[in-house]
Write a protein that binds this ligand. Sequence first.
Ligand SMILES: Nc1ncnc2c1ncn2[C@@H]1O[C@H](COP(=O)(O)OP(=O)(O)OP(=O)(O)O)[C@@H](O)[C@H]1O
Length: 203
Amino acid sequence: MNSEIIISNLCFKIKNKIIFHDLNIKLNNGIYVLQGKSGIGKTTLLNLISGLYGDYKGNIIIAGCNKLSYMFQDEMLFSNLTVKENLFIKYCAQNTDKSVFTTILEKLLYKYDLGDLTDEKIKYLSGGERQRLQLAVLSIDEPDIILLDEPFSKLDYETRNKTFNYILKEWSDKMVIIVSHDTISTDYNIKYLHMEEGKLHEL
Ligand SMILES: Nc1ncnc2c1ncn2[C@@H]1O[C@H](COP(=O)(O)OP(=O)(O)OP(=O)(O)O)[C@@H](O)[C@H]1O
């Protein structure tokens, strides 16, 4: 499915602070890395796209998308439960047929290199392992649009590139918007979006 996000004449304020003034952009399937200085409005844009804020002016049109998934900067895992249990909870929220969970679980554990940690509680995982698990949790949704806010923040250079490759392997034919300050080394075609002074430019 080809997804599109069309933002036109977007104006948005938080407590009288202008975050966006007449922002216009059209995004299609592909991997976008959204950059810009701290506090400029990157997370706010993801919040607007995902529908968390309704009080904006202008238009945000999302087309060709059945499911949009959003990985927040703050972790959304159950720390006293295991890797398997976290995946199971997410699976049950979407599916009534539990019989295929084991097959899906095995695939996800393999894909995200979490096989040795199946029965480990989240609180004992490293930052990078938790970020990989969050990506695995998101992929249960089979989303068409994926918003990732700083998914590499706890990772060293090598693990960051490895994690980025998980994202590409899983979602290269979808629309992925990644907020990241990092330079990402890859042979894949990624598009950079730069945010400044309430506007967004594709580089
Ligand atoms: N609920 C809120 N109340 C008051 N100010 C807010 C609120 N949410 C965001 N802001 C402000 O809006 C601006 C944009 O915040 P946002 O989190 O979108 O920036 P960002 O570009 O993602 O920053 P960073 O790279 O540091 O995560 C900031 O100045 C922030 O302080």
